[in-house]
Design a protein around this ligand. Sequence first.
Ligand SMILES: C[S@@+](CC[C@H](N)C(=O)[O-])C[C@H]1O[C@@H](n2cnc3c(N)ncnc32)[C@H](O)[C@@H]1O
Length: 217
Amino acid sequence: MKFSEVRDIVKEIPFISEENAKILYDTILHQKPSDCLELGFAHGAASCYIAAALDKLGHGHLTAVDLIEAQEWQKPSIDDLLARCGLGEYVTVVREQTGYNWFLHDEIVRGSESDLCEPKYDLCVIDGSKNWTIDGLAFLLVDKLLREGGSEGEQLRRRLLSRMHDISEYMKSLKQRYTLWYNGVHGRVGTLWSERFKSVLVEGEAAALQIVSKVLA
Ligand SMILES: C[S@@+](CC[C@H](N)C(=O)[O-])C[C@H]1O[C@@H](n2cnc3c(N)ncnc32)[C@H](O)[C@@H]1O
């Protein structure tokens, strides 16, 4: 399915931006993953873009994981959206009581023999809790389940990591995505914050410790 076709169906649905959806779609066409994993699907907008790219490739599957309790606000649901796109056959929807880290734990147990885990995914999109404790562990667990990406995979990894080191770019995308989510859930429009971020010089050990304790609190 073409990018423009899926975009026309899901463009009003949170959360993924059109720009990021295009990157995801093109990455899949280029990398040709067979088995994809999405942690945190919400309404399934990104899932539809992934499934559309797999459909265009003519092969592949997506396993999409989210929380059972989130079903309440996920309207339209991932199943509705996939049906609208006619892409349901490409996706297995998993709803977990306890979150995706337990799903990953179970996948590792299922795929392990003599303490060695057989990787089973080629691509993983983590777009869930945005909580260091949960997602830090998710990265660690996913790493055990991912097949080797080769030199191109390594280049892509470096490109994405470098974006994380750019505070300006990071804050821009955080603000955009959070605003999209917040406006979607609360039925509002417009901007949420006036400034992107503030930069203040922290001098002296006492001040630095105070800031660190504030961040950790
Ligand atoms: C930003 S939304 C995902 C958006 C989606 N990837 C897209 O762009 O269309 C985050 C989702 O992660 C889910 N989530 C948060 N923590 C989770 C966890 N521990 N386990 C499973 N799902 C989780 C939430 O329920 C929510 O649906």
